[in-house]
Design a protein. Sequence first.
Length: 458
Amino acid sequence: MADLTVTLDTMLTTLLAEKKYSTIKDMLVTMNPADVALVFEDMEEDRIPLLFRLLPKDMAAETFVEMDSDLQELLIKGFSDYELHEVIEELYVDDAVDLVEEMPANVVKRILAQADPDLRKEINEILRYPEDSAGSIMTTEYISLRADMTVGEAITHIRRTALDKETVYTLYVTDRRKLIGSVSLKDILLVSSDATPIAEIMDTNVISVNTLEDSEEVAQKLKRYNFLALPVVDSDNRIVGIITFDDAMDVIEEEATEDIEIMAGMTPSGSKTYLKSSPFDLFKQRIPWLLLLMVSATFTGMIITGFENALAAQVVLTAFIPMLMDTGGNSGSQSSVTIIRAISLGELDFSDLPLVIWKEIRTSVMCGICLAFACFVKIMLVDYSFMKNTSVTPLVAAVVCLTMGLTVVLAKIVGCTLPMCAKRLGFDPAVMASPFITTIVDALSLLVFFNIANALLF
């Protein structure tokens, strides 16, 4: 795709220089709007407005939605009021809301000024819902039917209203806006008689989501049931909008990105890509966690200081501290990542904590025994025999290996417990991932190490 984009960029540049605008238009209209947006990203900024104006009105709106916010802002600033109005009127409500949320205040003011009163009202209503809620990502453009309609009347209604709706594959049956059923377009078209009432073919067991439900949970529902859309209802079961699968995909991508950044010890970057983030943006994302983890590492320093007499008597013990801390941190991270993924997929709940701990204990015992045995062989072959380190005795090796086994068990218990507790308390489980757990496990591994050393060597 990258090679194709470069080729198109070169062709468009050549055609622009030759002012062959009709050829450019014929080329662009054969492409998918998402691909056109990708080509625009690689073009020089001063050429993008001209290329955009060559697109047909409906395709221009679809391409505009696929662009990143920087290019959208560039185009808006170059639009006349008429051009801006034309683009906005072609947008679905949820796309218009996304646009408003991503633009600076001065651009938002101009967008709202050019939107029709009805669209402006719908945008403001959606913006009132909490961030990351179902209401904040829904669109109000759906088709509703009455239960007493016949199939023939429903088809006529669909033809009359479907042009401005985001999806027509699932239709919702309402009674004074209350959601009472759903029916697919396929079911309507396959009915043999146009006189059949919608009430006879609709499904009354409708799966819906509340306006305040978490958007990530909504995305998981769409995935679980393989729906193209989900109705959004208020507290009185009145339908207020729908969430389509493309919006759910955006939510899943954003949540996955946020979890990865948090698990790596970074503040979420929002919608900015890496290349468009300045060094100062990256600094702001990373420094809070680095400072926190640096301060938290003070505890490990205090533990080492508390056992400095033991270390002075057996200096060789210090050589094994990094290995024990790294193994403990890695073990804890493995468990935490596994549990965080299971939580995000809805596979685990807090009530499963005893089962999770028991499973991780059994796993960690097997891992601990294997690692301890390998560690003992390594110490005796490499440190004792090959490197001729006389301070490394079989008893020292036993201390290290026993610590290794216990550290792995403790690390996996901590790694599986903290994310589930965080979820229970209403925090993002990813907060309890690698950096945070590693710091805790480091302190535990040192405590175990020095206490076993005190018991066996002194």
